[in-house]
Structures are given as C-alpha cells and as structure tokens.
Design a protein around this ligand. Sequence first.
Ligand SMILES: Nc1ncnc2c1ncn2[C@@H]1O[C@H](COP(=O)(O)OP(=O)(O)O)[C@@H](O)[C@H]1O
Ligand SMILES: [Mg+2]
Length: 360
Amino acid sequence: MFKFKKKTENENVELNSSEVTSEQAAPSEVAPELVFKNVSNEPINKDNREVVVSVQHVDIEFGRGKKKFKAVTDASFDIYKGETFSLVGESGSGKTTIGRAIMRINPCAAGNIYFKGKRISGKLSNEEKREFTKKIQMVFQDPAASLNERATIDYIVSEGLYNFHLYKDEKDRIAKVEKIINEVGLLPEHLTRYPHEFSGGQRQRVGLARAIVMEPEFIVADEPISALDVSIRAQILNLLKKFQEEKGLTYLFIAHDLSIVRFISDRIAVIHKGRIVEIAESEELFNYPLHPYTRSLMSAIPVPDPQIEKNKTLFVYDPSIHDYSVHKPELVYIGHNHYIYGNEEEIQHYMAIREGKISE
Ligand SMILES: Nc1ncnc2c1ncn2[C@@H]1O[C@H](COP(=O)(O)OP(=O)(O)O)[C@@H](O)[C@H]1O
Ligand SMILES: [Mg+2]
C-alpha cells in the first residue's frame, strides 16, 4: 500500500492511498491517477493531457533467493500523447529493463503499468495481449543483433503482419511493406536482400520499418542511435520525428547521455541505479538540473570550445552525500513540471536553488 501526502496551504491532507498492487487491479480497471507528494500548491498535470503510458511504483527484480537483484525500484512516471519522453542514465541503470517491462517482457515485482488507462502489467487475456503487442512496438539499439540475419528484409518487415494477420491478401501485404520501406528511405528492391548487405544506418531504417508497419501508438526506442556513426545519427532521429508528426506517435526514448536527448525530448527522466532521481521538461532540466546525479551527467556533456573543454572540471556524483538514515527520500513534485528525489531537507534545498534563493 502506498500513501501520499499532499500539502495544501495550511494542512497536510492525506490523499486516499492508491492501492495499486498487482493482485488488486483487474486488466479492465481504469488506471488510478498517479499522485506525487507535492510541496508547492500547483496542481500536478495541470493541463490535463492524455496519458498514454503510466508507470506506477514499479519494482523489477531478477533472480531468486540470495541472488535476487532489484534492477528497478519504485519507478513512476506518465507519458503524454504525442510526446517524446526520454529515460537517461548510465549503462546498467535499468533503462532497458523498464522499456522491456512496458513491452510486457519483464514482469513487475511490484506496481503496475497502464496503457491508455488499461493495466498491461500482470495477467492479460490472449485478446488483450494481441492488442497491446501490436500497439506497443520497440526499436533496438543494435540493428545488427536485433535483425534475423537469415531472413530477407521482406520477411523481417512482414513478421508482425504475419503474426497478427494484419493484411487482406498477399497483394495487400506487399503494398504495405513497399510503402513503409519507401517511407524509411529504402527501396523496394532492397526487400529481397539480407541484413548483412546493409550499413548500420540502413539496418536501423529496417528496424524502424518493422515497428511502424504495425501501426503502433507507442514506441520504446532503446538507444536507437547509440550504435550508429555520428554522421548518420541525425538521419534516424529525423525519421523518428517525421513518423511522430505524421502518425501522432508517442515515444519512450532511451539514451545513456544527456546531450543526445536535449533537443528531441519534451520531458526527460534521469535514472540512477534503478531509481528515478529527477523528471522535468527538457529546457527546465537543462536550466535547473537539481539532483547531483543529473548535474554530473550535465558536466559530462562535451563543450564545443576546446579550451573550455580542456579546463573543465568534471562533477562526480558521490551517492554517499545523502543521509537517508532518518528522513526517507521520495520523488516529489516541486512545481515547474519538475520532480525530484530527495528527503525533506534536500527537497527544501533543491527548491531554494530552483527559486534562485541560494546559488547552491
Ligand atoms: N535478464 C536479466 N537477468 C539478470 N539481470 C539482468 C537482466 N536484465 C538486466 N539485468 C541487470 O539489470 C540491471 C539493469 O540493466 P539494463 O536495464 O539493461 O540497464 P541499461 O539499459 O540502463 O543499461 C543491470 O545490472 C543488468 O545486469
Ligand atoms: Mg540498455
């Protein structure tokens, strides 16, 4: 059971606790609103936007008994329709694990995940599984590893269509595949070829084609440009943007460094060792990075001026600065569409920085 406190002007009001354990929520149940502790008086999600994916207090574990390892702890965020929500953190921080939980590959040890208000974590009927598997697609980091080397491009792009019988007849299937292959900037004559005949960028175009051909509403793009040459990264980002605009897609974009996501994200969540430490709109986060881990990621972004870059001191995050022995931390809303993880004292400090009352 989770309890949230919402502070109003003069009092502490205990909100009705959202009891969202896996056993209690039925698949058809409407998603409870995700509520955060709120230290300011601003309403949360004040523009009332449509939530496509809601991750609520999710833990994800691997292994059993003594070998049990918690890869993700109490992850909570909403992703709004049409936005690019980025998840950023160093390698091994649990980004892919969260993406795979939304894809229903990793089970949640606690909490729930909702897609357009319907619970998609836990047990689902075959019909529901079918529906959500089609609507939620994933694009992977390494197109070489994620494409079946023995299959033709035609088969790779068609696989989901075959699995879900999403075509009237062979003519219809070919028309769909040729259309999408053109849209990703490849040619119909490429369809008879094999992945190894293509460059990394072209393979990622195939990866995009096989996802988009399913007509999904939501895409988990898991480091889709990290394995690509710097020179062709922008092409893939532009393609993602084009599809988002044309088809009203919503993205979870996973990356291990902040510089990549600055201009493509509407909002950014920063994750450290399986724990989300900060969520804010892109410009807000870059203007007011508050959590020391976010600040360390910021300081790692290269500066174009070589002289400044050379003399720059890297800010290293030391988790032992937090003393959580007495006052426990949580992810708290501080206004400005900005959420930060800390205990009461830290939150007051972060808010004072945010409001310009102290410099650090
Ligand atoms: N299937 C798995 N079994 C055991 N441990 C896993 C598995 N998948 C991921 N992990 C562990 O969970 C942690 C988070 O991994 P991952 O989500 O892949 O990180 P990221 O995508 O941020 O690099 C890592 O410590 C990783 O070793
Ligand atoms: Mg990963």
